[in-house]
Design a protein around this ligand. Structure first.
Ligand code: NAD
Length: 472
């Protein structure tokens, strides 16, 4: 397969893809190693994960160089690589505490004479299917806690961003005891992976998530789905409009908006709408592209070129429906890459694609509201429920609104905090996801299966206890 460089538009990277047979072989090999890995115990596994963190840091430049080409961005690529090392260290510290805290004592059952002793064991083979927007972070975000729990891990990164895998394989070659492997390719390889693992974590679009869930249902394995979003932000009349505009801008456009938790709908109170929009437009116009110098500016190219077409179509649809474009609005082709400056839309209506469908770009449709009830109703009028944000004059006011929003995580007095906070347990709603939280302790505990040892401490019932008798 070939991958396109998002800055040049050239398909200049070729990589070998897996086949159903090679996926089966990788799965078999990992299963063979998993028993010994789990038997090592959590403290020994933590040491291996700490070594992985050290090795990632020692090889940071090579991994970064590849990831920077994959994603067309530098600062975030650097943060992603460092984030992988942090993720390993975080779970290496937390997992042994969680294992220690598991209930292990016998407890009396409600059935007289019987005691129950819990035992915990990992799902043997964990599988991850990852998207292209944060390729290294999202390929490992669930794999690291799964490995700490004692699973072996088979990971399929996105075929759009495969370059980082080569330097990561060099790292893994130095850690032969770690049962972690990558398989490469597109949908067929994702499907092959699901057929061989015991638990699948998928991060990606809602449309693909449904196909993953269907395949997981056929294989009768749990599927943990982290899908798209259409996150709303409410700005109340008591919020400082200049501050709110700054927060809204950053929360919407960082990473060129290619983040599931990006703010994609803004609802602002009429009392502050004018100064908010003035500040938002002024702020947006200070945002620069990372072209031609990848070492300066804010917004890089779209990683997946087809994304630019989809966003251009949403903007065109909004314009055709009467929306005004206050700034931005045109996809620019520069040096072979596709870029979009922050695009602020007003006079949008609830039926427009830009309000209903995930955009995944730096587009901020702004709706003015008159009552908070209206704002909450509009924010909740979505099939998605990933996250949301509230900016108000006080934390109390923001929290009271946040409690009424239908989403898994609500940022108060900030936006898109889930991109920076890994320990906020939450459950996505609607089309945004399914299954336990990847954040917080549940992110680890979900990989442990519980077995009940049920002890009969009294007399086992004789067969006569179940014998038929005369009618009663
Ligand atoms: P995508 O759904 O197109 O692809 C994701 C992965 O699924 C890729 O590895 C792809 O090869 C694989 N795949 C495609 N078809 C498959 C199939 N039929 N069976 C098995 N695997 C298959 O997603 P994308 O475009 O790479 O990523 C962007 C999407 O990811 C956005 O919708 C975004 O919101 C979402 N996302 C969600 C989160 C979250 O935590 N909720 C985080 C990041 C991204």
């Amino acid at each position: 397969m070939k991958a396109t460089n998002p800055r040049t538009g050239k398909a200049d990277y070729e990589f070998a893809t897996d086949t159903p047979d090679s996926v089966a072989e990788a799965a078999r090999e990992l299963r063979d190693r998993q028993g010994a890995w789990e038997a090592m115990g959590v403290s020994a596994r933590a040491k291996v994960l700490l070594r992985l963190a050290d090795l990632v840091e020692a090889n940071e430049q090579a991994i970064f160089d590849a990831l920077a080409i994959d994603t067309g961005r530098r600062a975030i690529a650097r943060m992603e690589v460092q984030g992988l090392a942090r993720n390993c260290r975080r779970w290496a510290a937390r997992a042994p505490e969680l294992m220690d805290g598991l209930p292990r004592d016998a407890t009396p059952s409600l059935t007289p004479g019987v005691e129950i002793v819990p035992e915990f064991s990992a799902f043997p083979l964990f599988g991850a299917i990852a998207p292209w927007n944060f390729p290294i972070l999202l390929s490992h975000i669930d794999a690291v806690p799964a490995l700490m729990a004692g699973c072996a891990a088979l990971v399929k990164p996105s075929e759009v961003t495969p370059r980082f895998v080569e330097p990561m394989r060099d790292v893994l070659a130095q850690l032969p005891e770690l049962p972690l492997r990558y398989v490469m390719g597109g949908p067929e390889v994702g499907q092959a992976l699901i057929a061989h693992v015991d638990y699948v974590c998928f991060t990606g679009s809602t449309e693909t998530g449904r196909k993953v869930a269907e395949a997981a249902a056929r294989a009768l394995i749990p599927a943990n789905l982290e899908l798209g979003g259409k996150d709303p932000m409410i700005v109340t009349a008591s919020a400082d409009p200049a501050w709110a505009a700054n927060v809204a801008l950053r929360s919407s456009v960082v990473a060129t908006g290619q983040a599931c938790q990006s703010i994609e709908r803004i609802y602002v109170a009429r009392e502050v709408a004018d100064p908010f929009l003035d500040a938002l437009v002024a702020g947006a116009e200070t945002v620069t592209l990372t072209h031609p110098d990848p070492g300066s500016g804010h917004l890089g190219p779209f990683i997946f070129p087809a994304q630019a077409e989809k966003i251009a179509a949403q903007i065109a649809d909004a314009r055709a429906g009467g929306a005004k474009v206050l700034t931005g609005g045109e996809v620019e082709r520069l040096g072979g890459g596709a870029y979009l400056r922050p695009t602020i839309l007003t006079d949008v209506t609830p039926d427009m694609a830009v309000i209903r469908e995930e955009t995944f770009g730096p587009v901020l449709p702004v709706t003015v509201f008159d009552t908070l009830d209206d704002a909450i109703a509009m924010a909740n009028d979505s099939t998605y429920g990933l996250s949301a944000a509230v900016l108000a004059g006080s934390m109390e006011e923001a929290a009271a609104i946040g409690s009424q929003l239908e989403a898994g995580a609500i940022s108060l007095q900030d936006g898109a905090l889930t991109s920076m906070v890994g320990d906020a347990t939450n459950h996505s709603r609607g089309k945004s996801g399914l299954g336990p939280s990847r954040m917080g302790d549940e992110g680890f505990l979900r990989f442990l299966r519980r077995k009940a040892l049920i002890r009969q401490t009294g007399q086992a019932a004789p067969i006569d206890a179940f014998a038929e008798g005369p009618p009663q």
